[in-house]
Ligand binder design. Sequence first.
Ligand code: SAM
Length: 276
Amino acid sequence: MDEKLEPGLYIVATPIGNLSDLSARAAAILSRADLIAVEDSRVTAKLLRHIGVKRPMTPYHDHNAESVRPALVAAMREKAVALVSDAGTPLISDPGYKLVRDARAAGAKVTTIPGPSAVIAALTLAGLPTDKFAFLGFLPAKAKARGEAIAEAAAFPGTLVFYESGPRLGAALAALRLGLGDRDAAVAREISKKFEECVTGSLAELAERYAEAPPKGEIVIVVGPPGAAEPPGEQEIDASLADAMRTLSPSRAAAEVARRLGVPKRLAYERAQRLK
Ligand code: SAM
């Protein structure tokens, strides 16, 4: 246990809520690392206290990564440098890939200590197909960019996973419903913590539930593959057309809605003409 670690970079996954989820191997590596690169030293200090160790920490986050990376990579020649994030697996919607890239380029040993990640934990709760999934991280905050990101994802023939925050959940679900149609979905919240819950339903149901009542805590949205839900009804087609026709001509709106909801173009066109 006290044996010195080989110099290099150790990517260490940490819990996403319940500190007992830290693996024995992760604890052993953190206990012996010469230096731990951390997002927030207060968060990692709590984890180190939990396993009863004190190790030197250095900040590595979005705001200082460019300037401190060269020195960290240089340190890996002689030191065992561990990288952790505040929660879960480093590099997954967290800093780190450039550190791994530069460490490799410098010939350092790079190894990973796998463990919790909210994307995988949410997939295990949602009850949606897991054979093929795409993780899209956080959706853009601005409506236009968010709509574009969702439109890009619409054709993916598998489950989609997004990270989200409570205050933006309602708007994100409404945008997903509009962009993807009314697919089956799940909102997983506070995974592995006291108030863990996973609410399932169609995107329309979930959008309505969270429209006025933003939940607290950390959230993952999981959306099932296209075609898993009921085909869209006339009301939904008309609502989507009316929305699209605010910025597009009826024929372009019809083409866009037909693609998005998976309905025949001619049907969308006829309804758009009636709504015009
Ligand atoms: N690296 C982390 C991982 O492996 O999951 C993710 C870091 S990202 C900055 C933080 C986001 O992950 C949160 O905003 C939330 O969407 C999701 N998340 C983290 N912990 C969570 C939890 N316990 N329950 C639900 N979502 C969580």
